[in-house]
Design a binder for this molecule. Sequence first.
Ligand code: SF4
Length: 402
Amino acid sequence: MSTTPGTPTHGEPGWSARPVRHLYVHVPFCASKCEYCAFYSEASEGELVNRYVRALITELGIVANELAPETVFFGGGTPTLLNCRQWEQVLDALHRLGLDRPAEWTVECNPATLSLDKARLLRERGVNRVSMGVQSLDEDLLDRLGRVHSRDMAFRSYDILRQAGFDNVNLDLMFAIPGQSLETWQRTLTEALAMQSEHLSSYEVIYEEDTPLYVQLKAGRFDVDEDLACEMYDLLVSTARDRGFQQYEVANFASGAVGADGLASRVCRHNVAYWRGRSFHAVGPSASGFVGGVRTRNRANTRLYCDTLEQGERAIDQRDELPPLARAAEIAGFGLRMNLGWPFADFVAATGFDLREEWGDDLRWLVDQGWGELLSDRFRLTDTGLRFADQVIERLLRPEQS
Ligand code: SF4
């Protein structure tokens, strides 16, 4: 299919006439700050959390008429830090606004902040998926990362989730943690998989500027061992696949029968929407949304966020409208993080551009490197290519073009 760059077919044709199908809600509070974390969050403090809840409900009211959510995702921060009364206010608002019946509704949880009452409340009111940040099951490494929970709390919270009726749970793990050996990683992986969650996510530690871990790295307190990180990643992929998980993205693994779309039934539909370049609204301090090709970011300051919402306005402080080809390039890169790669027809439907025409040289280069595979209906990355997905994304970007 041939398309002409810049025509109105690019992006999501007629998006404004269609509701947005995905909603992200950012909860910007944590019990304390982890050593590696660069997300916007701060220590919770009673009255500010109440103020945030009121402001969030106002913001939800502003975007509600553009939404018909198929997926809702509460991330953070630590959403389970809200107490039951604050959760009830948010859940009541979502119900009033008709936003509480998505097919998939995820709440992120920290094992130190979950009670059976809270888990039951969430489950009864429609939340049907929980993503639990475990990171490691080794006490020393949990300390090293500055996590507030112990390994026992991870097991206990997992039991609480099952008791409350959750049958779709993700465990989040980290590897290549300073001081972590291949054996320690294998032990955590084996124990985590024995818990039999429906989904597993696992990311290599990233050294973000201004985090304590980054400062320690720069000060020479430890070294990064890239070869060991690669071994850990290979172990992750082979172990998860051996246990019957489908790897559907660089760092994500799901159980369940594979459907007509080629994806296991327990994939995170919300994240799939991101990787496929679909529109989503994002509310809460620092939350980044993407609607009709326009990327927005809310103020990354909870007090200023509340001040603005208290005036009845959204607290957006950044708005970028990318040229169509630049936007399509980003979408190309994100979609190639998925094992299915990009079916050519889906890419045209999502962006209006043809992957083979605009990125033909890049695709051939990736094939020559052994990083990519050109099939009759799609392009996808090989196992080696997936490991270098960030470099692939860099190569595909078209920042200067419209
Ligand atoms: S709990 Fe999550 S969001 Fe909070 S500081 Fe730790 S990594 Fe960051």
